[in-house]
Design a protein around this ligand. Structure first.
Ligand code: S3P
Length: 188
């Protein structure tokens, strides 16, 4: 269930959640931030706040590349802070320049979920432009296959959430983060 991917020995400042759409990054991140006494930030929400536009509209008007540029800008800002749980958009790992930013920002946990469970979670949500295809389950499978090595390269730890309740996932994330982050980095 829990697997250390990279062992860097660094003293992390933030906890960063990465993983595909629908893996629970936002819900888990909010709970964990409360448990750790950290601030919760979400790169998607920051992009929406900065542009004043919902994500599907940004994709529609300006395309994915433009969105990725905004996402990198927001990640750069978040990476400068400390004492935060940072929930990221599922495609943040697709830009190579984001990899060192994620590493420098802190301790990176990858929430891993199977395509079938992701599909069940996201099927009624119209907020994910990349899944507006004729066969969204196949799109999820294809994108996950492409992104798996990228998540792997960015993660310090991965947690497979398929057979975990939300509470169990939060517990695993919180306790491993406590071990790595130690005390409250916001006050150090
Ligand atoms: C994306 C995931 C979304 C959002 C955008 C693109 C992706 O975030 O950033 O729609 O490429 O996987 P969530 O993972 O929070 O749904």
């Amino acid at each position: 269930m829990l697997r250390a991917v990279n062992t860097s020995g660094k003293r992390a400042r933030n906890l960063i959640l990465i993983g595909f759409m629908g893996t629970g990054k936002t819900t888990v991140g909010q709970h964990v931030a409360r448990s750790l006494g950290f601030r919760f930030v979400d790169t998607d929400k920051l992009v929406v706040k900065q542009t004043g536009k919902p994500i599907p509209k940004i994709f529609e008007e300006s395309g994915e590349d433009y969105f990725r540029g905004l996402e990198t800008g927001v990640l750069r800002q978040c990476a400068e802070g400390s004492g935060q749980v940072i929930s990221t958009g599922g495609g943040i790992v697709t830009r190579a320049e984001n990899h060192p930013l994620l590493h420098e920002a802190g301790y990176v946990i990858w929430l891993k979920t199977s395509p079938e469970i992701i599909f069940e979670r996201v099927r009624r949500n119209r907020n994910r432009p990349l899944l507006k295809t004729a066969d969204p389950l196949q799109t999820i499978r294809d994108l996950l296959e492409l992104r798996k090595p990228l998540y792997e390269a960015c993660a310090d730890l991965s947690i497979t959430t398929d057979h975990l309740t939300m509470e169990e996932t939060c517990y695993g994330v919180t306790e491993s983060a406590r071990l790595v982050l130690g005390g409250d980095p916001a006050t150090e």
